[in-house]
Design a protein around this ligand. Structure first.
Ligand code: CA
Ligand code: CA
Length: 466
């Protein structure tokens, strides 16, 4: 007879629970590796026996074999089938064997006489649950198991008394977590599992950290390094800033961090050098039409990926005197890396010059342009239509097209107001001719002062009316 303290019994029970798992045919290796114990009802918490009061209970008795030579002796059997048990009490039953070599094996379980029905436990976590720690307590969570009674009795949740709750912290080592339930028929059930926290104080290894790189595009991609660890099979790897980020001109240090489950870290760094090869973007104003030779505009803005676009200058500059016709203005800005961006716009000056007929393109001949008349007076008493002989043009270059006619005979004009009428033509050589004159509806015989109205016969390239 082996006498054990209560503490030792509990330890042996947990050993057998752990070793037998959910099988009834298991080897008690930790007790003595030579044994095979059959029909030890481990993992069931207790064996429920339907009853209405104190009475006998039966069960299949466990047996043991040993690889050691000689006979095996059952040295302990605290109860045997047919014994009387107390109603609604858990009674522990212990079997212990000793073989000829002196090795022991143990089987312990509980018998309970109770009202018919058992409590079924749902989602008891699989034991052991594992976690890793770098030495600090770690938070472990699990799904809280639930229980239902097959007898239809109500499971008394008030009796739910876990030893630990999900979300608690655990230190390295094994911790046994237990849940117990009781129903209104006084049936019992439990769920027992082990949380095994493994001490890991070794940092992961980072492999294939990118080399320093020089790039010309500000969006930079690379392949993140990989990591291995002594325990964590998939340490996380992240880089700051991450691949695919937009970088600023110059040097940026990228730091990659590998982290294992126990929050041990390893880092590596590399440098991304962004060489600026992108010229600034210069934002020109819209094309300018001017009736004066001196033309001003707001200095264009410019932007650059480096953040510094440089000073914008235009050629010819704002505020200068522009000739009649179209002038292309080019504005540029140069960034710190010497990249120059540019944009262009046109300044078209159309200054009405009474003497510009002398500057007419010599290829043109314009007929019926009423030059020298100041204006064409039309007798009228109010707003109304006016008619005139329309001018025409020919060119030695051929291909003359009338590209503008601001008014045509029959149009209505405002009384006592000078209205300028413009015709313009373009020939096959892209030369232009313009005829401008003034129409005025006025009282018959009225002499509105002549000579103050500008007029023009044939014009050099002024501007295209659209
Ligand atoms: Ca590790
Ligand atoms: Ca740039």
């Amino acid at each position: 007879m082996v006498i054990m303290t209560n503490w030792t019994s509990i330890l042996f029970l947990f050993l057998s629970l752990y070793i037998f798992a959910d099988e009834t045919n298991a080897t008690v290796t930790d007790v003595n590796s030579v044994y095979t114990v059959i029909n030890c009802p481990v993992g069931v918490g207790y064996i429920p026996i339907d009853a209405t009061g104190n009475g006998p209970a039966t069960w299949i008795e466990p047996t043991a074999t040993s690889t050691n030579a000689g006979d095996i002796t059952l040295v302990t059997r605290t109860r045997q089938p047919g014994d009387t048990f107390m109603f609604n009490e858990n009674t522990q039953v212990t079997y212990q064997w000793q073989d000829a070599a002196g090795a022991f094996a143990l089987c312990q379980f509980w018998i309970r006489l109770q009202t018919p029905g058992v409590i079924t436990v749902n989602s008891c976590p699989t034991s052991p649950m594992t976690a890793t720690s770098n030495g600090s307590p770690v938070v472990v969570t699990w799904t809280t198991p639930t229980a239902t009674s097959t007898s239809g009795a109500t499971v008394n949740s008030a009796s739910l008394s876990p030893t630990h709750y999900p979300g608690w912290t655990f230190i390295a080592g094994d911790t046994v977590v237990e849940y117990y339930w009781q129903d209104t028929n006084d049936n019992y059930a439990n769920c027992i599992f082990t949380i095994s926290v493994i001490l890991d104080q070794q940092s992961p290894s980072l492999n294939n950290c990118p080399s320093d790189m020089s790039v010309s595009s500000n969006q930079v991609h690379w392949t993140d390094p990989t990591a291995t660890d002594n325990i964590d099979t998939s340490p996380t790897v992240s880089c700051i800033p991450p691949s695919g980020e937009f970088f600023s001109t110059g040097d940026t240090t990228v730091t990659c961090i590998a982290t294992d489950d126990a929050t041990n870290t390893a880092t590596c760094t590399f440098t991304v050098t962004l060489v600026d090869v992108i010229p600034p973007t210069v934002n020109c104003p819209d094309n300018i039409m001017s009736s004066e030779n001196v033309v001003n505009w707001m200095t264009p803005t410019a932007s650059d990926s480096s953040g510094i676009a440089g000073v914008v200058s235009c050629d010819p500059p704002s505020g200068g005197s522009f000739p009649n016709g179209e002038t292309i203005v080019t504005c540029t800005a140069t960034d710190g890396a010497g990249n120059t961006g540019m944009c262009t716009f046109t300044v078209t000056v159309a200054v009405t010059d009474p003497n510009s007929a002398l500057n007419a393109d010599s290829a043109f001949t314009v007929s019926n342009c009423p030059v020298g008349v100041g204006y064409i007076p039309i007798d009228a008493t109010g707003d109304g239509p006016a008619t005139w002989i329309e001018p025409t043009a020919t060119s030695t270059n051929g291909g003359v097209t009338r590209i503008a006619r601001t008014h045509q005979p029959g149009d209505t004009f405002i009384f006592n107001q000078n209205t300028q009428v413009t015709y313009q033509w373009e020939d096959a050589a892209n030369k232009f001719a313009t005829c401008q004159f003034t129409i005025r509806l006025q009282n018959a015989g009225e002499n509105y002062p002549k000579g103050v109205i500008s007029y023009l016969r044939i014009a050099v390239p002024l501007y295209k009316y659209s």
